[in-house]
Design a protein around this ligand. Structure first.
Ligand code: ADP
Ligand code: MG
Length: 682
């Protein structure tokens, strides 16, 4: 932004102190802010043929009224007015909410121009505007702004128009001409003008593309610059990895690595032996065998004389990892210890000392690992498993432990590529896209709650074959509001049902660590055949003999989470099953259940989930770490995001970018955002 754009909005004719206050409520302070307050949607006044309009699209149509309008009241203020309208020989219903007053203006035979949203299934237009007679506008698409209080879309249009007139000549363009030309994008000035005063839909979309590209490019430049700065600052601590020892280690494993595992191991080892600090994301679907990859990498680091830490989100998972790592490492004389919230007092103190003086090479833990009193002698590698459970801040604290440890984030949440490159734009990404040989597809069924009896019979049959089952419930306590089955209840019911035949365990987050241990232990030893649990078993738990996963109220979970849960079965040689007990009311809900039954591929699922729910929901709105784009949408504009990323990488690594005049705007932008000073990016 330049000086012209940085002026307060009050320099715009017609905006006084009072209006300026109102605008502040929308976070509009400067002329530039005002010009970049984009419409959040457009009203389309172009007359359309209903045959060509898609479901839920906005339309404007002209028609003649066929029935007297009827009004229904809901309480004092709410009402719905509706009537039949003949539009080019199509008879549709038009409804208006809370506009009962229109009744007097509408009668059979009246010609009306209606603007609203088209519901193709119900043949209904939910109206937003109603005008008498046939009205064809000159400006067929009109911007609608988000406003509040006394501000209206109309006044916003006026202010923006005025600002454009007075200062539009001096809108700076950060994107060099060359790039604009190669993508045939309009200048910033042109784009702003077309977004606010679109001559037609085509031109507006073109302008939007330019702004989307700009937002993505700036964001990616920040990410890439951050990444570069991170690398440049790492001053050459390359671990000396004894390659032949790693090979021997891999060869004595009980199974050969899959091609994907071998590739990822190579990528990571290369990072570890290079002077750069590794910042790598490892994505691999549930059951793809990430643990062994982690083990190999940790082994490599230990052989090079450094320490390695593995961090996980839950105690259960930590303990399980300790167990399986001990099996691998203890025969080789490598100590593996657990450091979690439940390790206290003398034991904890002992382990801390061992970490500090370097006697302990490999530690597995929960959040407790990043507490301040934990010090390492020579921390070389930090691996986090299922890292989406860790906040961004924790990730940073962790990275800052020790002298530039290499960091590997492992996740089974198949993050769609679109999101991965935007959220984790500063990371390298490795993918295990191959399952160990011999895995069977988990058969997934969707059952309505009234089919419970049949589901219980099904479980029975599997148990008789010697298998085990999980039954997952969303909440642990009764909550009338949510009307959710709770684990405690379900446990009681199943206990009753299978009395004298099978033992049913109960696991939930309120249990003490030692109780959880006991429950988990009993299940893995097949002392209990059924485990009723909340989602604490979601990540990582490995009991290969379990072949049935029943999920209560499955509609309450996201697809990614359902997939995680499903991944608890199908870990052995037997055919496994997942049964979703769900009664979703919405179309989206039903669609999600169907998708689950159709695919076992986590990446496909996550892409679909993202489409259905949007990126905020996918990660949980707050945690998403997704930047707030004004115009761009990471889901729908993902192609632009990839293009922008490619361009950003090219720019950051080119000499021209750092020296030539036309890139000064972009360079300044990065600097203002603190990347070059090595600060955290926002
Ligand atoms: P996840 O990626 O979900 O963490 P795990 O690391 O728990 O998966 O591995 C799942 C199961 O697959 C484990 O029982 C593990 O021993 C086994 N496994 C891993 N890699 C291979 C392989 N290459 N061949 C056969 N089995 C493997
Ligand atoms: Mg795992």
């Amino acid at each position: 932004m330049n000086e012209t754009m940085n002026q307060p909005v009050t320099v715009v004719t017609g905006i006084g102190e009072e209006t300026a206050k109102l605008l502040q409520g929308l976070r509009i302070f400067s002329v530039g802010d005002l010009l970049e307050h984009f419409p959040y949607r457009y009203e389309d006044y172009q007359l359309k043929d209903l045959h060509e309009v898609k479901h839920e699209e906005r339309v404007t149509v002209v028609g003649t009224v066929q029935s007297e309008p009827s009004v229904r009241y809901f309480g004092k203020k709410k009402n719905r007015l509706s009537f039949r309208l003949l539009v080019n020989q199509i008879l549709v219903t038009v409804t208006f909410f809370n506009r009962a007053f229109l009744k007097n203006q509408i009668s059979v035979g009246t010609e009306l121009t209606i603007t609203g949203k088209w519901d193709q299934h119900r043949m209904t237009i939910t109206g937003s505007e109603c005008r008498k007679g046939r009205e064809e506008r000159e400006q067929t698409i009109a911007p609608i702004y988000s406003v509040s209080g006394k501000l209206t879309t109309k006044s916003m249009r006026k202010y923006i128009y005025q600002a454009m007139n007075q200062y539009g000549y001096d809108i700076p363009d950060l994107i060099p001409d060359e790039l604009l030309k190669s993508y045939k994008l309009p200048t910033k000035k042109e784009a702003l003008s077309r977004l606010h005063f679109p001559p037609n839909a085509e031109s507006m979309k073109h302008a939007r593309r330019r702004m989307v590209y700009e937002e993505f490019l700036l964001f990616q430049l920040k990410m890439q610059a951050f990444r570069k700065a991170n690398r440049d600052r790492t001053n050459g601590r390359a671990l000396d990895i004894p390659e032949s020892e790693i090979k021997t280690f891999i060869n004595q494993l009980p199974f050969p690595l899959t091609g994907a595992q071998q590739r990822v191991v190579n990528e990571v080892i290369q990072d570890i032996s290079s002077p750069y600090r590794m910042n790598r994301l490892l994505q691999g679907d549930v059951g793809s065998g990430k643990t062994i990859v982690a083990a190999i990498c940790m082994y490599a680091v230990i052989q090079a004389g450094y320490q390695a830490a593995l961090m996980v989100p839950t105690e259960i998972l930590a303990e399980q990892h300790v167990q399986s790592l001990k099996e691998i490492f203890e025969p080789l004389g490598i100590r593996v210890e657990l450091l979690s919230g439940s390790v206290k007092g003398k034991k904890r103190a002992e382990k801390l000392t061992a970490l500090e003086n370097g006697e302990l090479g490999l530690v597995v833990g929960t959040q407790a690992l990043i507490q301040e009193d934990v010090r390492f002698q020579k921390l070389g590698l930090v691996i986090t498993d299922e890292q989406h459970r860790f906040g961004v801040e924790q990730r940073r604290v962790l990275r800052d432990k020790g002298e530039n440890p290499d960091v590997l984030f492992m996740t089974a949440t198949p993050i769609p590529r679109t999101l991965a490159i935007s959220v984790f734009g500063d990371m390298d990404v490795s993918i295990i896209d191959e399952m160990p040989a011999g895995r069977k597809k988990i058969e997934t069924y969707w059952a309505k709650p009234d089919m419970l009896e049949r589901v219980l019979d099904f479980i029975q049959k599997e148990l008789q074959k010697g298998r085990q089952a999980y039954v997952i419930c969303p909440l642990i306590e009764e909550s009338e509001k949510l009307d959710v089955q709770n684990a405690i209840d379900v446990h009681m019911i199943l206990n009753q049902h299978y009395k004298g035949q099978w033992n049913v365990g109960l696991m939930h987050g309120r249990l003490h660590a030692t109780e959880k241990d006991a429950v988990m232990d009993a299940f893995s030893k097949n002392e209990t055949q059924i485990l009723v649990s909340t989602t604490v078993v979601e990540v990582g738990v490995n009991v290969p003999n379990a072949t049935v996963m029943v999920i209560y109220d499955a509609e309450r979970f996201g697809l990614a989470q359902l997939h995680q849960l499903r991944g608890r079965v199908g870990r052995g040689q037997e055919q496994s099953y997942c049964i979703l007990l769900a009664d979703p009311k919405s179309e989206v809900g039903k669609e999600r259940m169907r998708i689950m039954t159709e695919t076992n591929d986590g990446f496909v699922l996550s892409e679909r989930d993202l489409e259905l729910r949007g990126p905020g929901d996918f990660f949980g709105a707050k945690q998403s770490g997704l930047p707030d784009f004004k115009v761009a949408d990471v889901v729908h504009d993902y192609r632009a995001l990839e293009v922008a990323r490619r361009d950003a990488v090219k720019l950051i690594n080119s000499n021209d970018f750092w020296t030539k005049k036309e890139y000064r705007g972009l360079r300044n932008y990065i600097e203002v955002h603190g990347v070059l000073n090595g600060q955290k990016i926002d």
